[in-house]
Design a protein around this ligand. Sequence first.
Ligand SMILES: [Zn+2]
Length: 318
Amino acid sequence: MPEFGIGIDLGGSKILTGLMTLDGEILSRRLIPTEAGTQAPAVIIDKMADSVMELMAEAGGARKIMGFSCAAPGPITYPHGVIMDSPNLGWQQVRLKHELEKRLGQKVIVGKDTDLAALGEYYFGQGCQYDHLIYITVSTGIGGGIIADGTIYHGTRGGAGEFGHMVVNPNGYYCFCGRQGCLEAQASGTAIAKMAALTMSGAGNDWANQSSGVITAHEVGMAARAGQKEAGRIIASVITDLSNGIANLVHIFNPQIVVLGGGVMQGLQDIMLKSLRERVMEEVFPLHGAGLQIEVTSLGSDIGLYGCLAAILQERDK
Ligand SMILES: [Zn+2]
């Protein structure tokens, strides 16, 4: 009887694999640092397959495994799992699903990392029991996933959920995509660091103790907590733009819950979550705001693995 699922969470600088029971206990995990910018895709996919083989042996062989799933940065096609042109990985036209299946001799469900994170929340996290859920990750970039009627909404080719490239301020910062005022250019960790760097060059700024010339989102958060005005203004601006983005999504999808994840959001939730909730509630129609939950993920950095397991379970129950 299959008792386990194996998940692979592929990021720009790491591969995280996990062996999990079907009720969501992570029994074993392996974290392998990678350099997607310099290592060829085939080298990294080999490492992914090797790691899965080790976990499979640990489980007692392939017959013990219910399914395999891999979460990868987008844009990635669904269901064919082709990475198109990933800014995170620097990969172009890599047939990830095909290459993994070839190496493992097993079917592998491959999905966009933020889509699977949304599904992970739906099965194991804050979104349990909510059939209409929006997941937004705020880290170095911003992305998301949509659960509609209990399943991932992929769009035609897997491209749905690119919330980071929703314009929230047409007069805002330029985004790498070429547009102006994308949510990612206004409220990601990268954007926060950029805003801090801009204030640093201004006269009479409060960043005098920063000798390195680089201020991270984490440091902006610490300065804001300590009452530093420029940091406070940056956080306020991030809250404004994020709440505009969330309110747009709430009006479009009418979810029961919005789950926020990503390193920046989890790190700054103490100074952002309450204001975000209040502003979103002010901005949405009563129909959309009634009963609406806005929460931070409880799955932490394992959210990708939980997402993979959720995809395996959903496939089983089809
Ligand atoms: Zn953009």
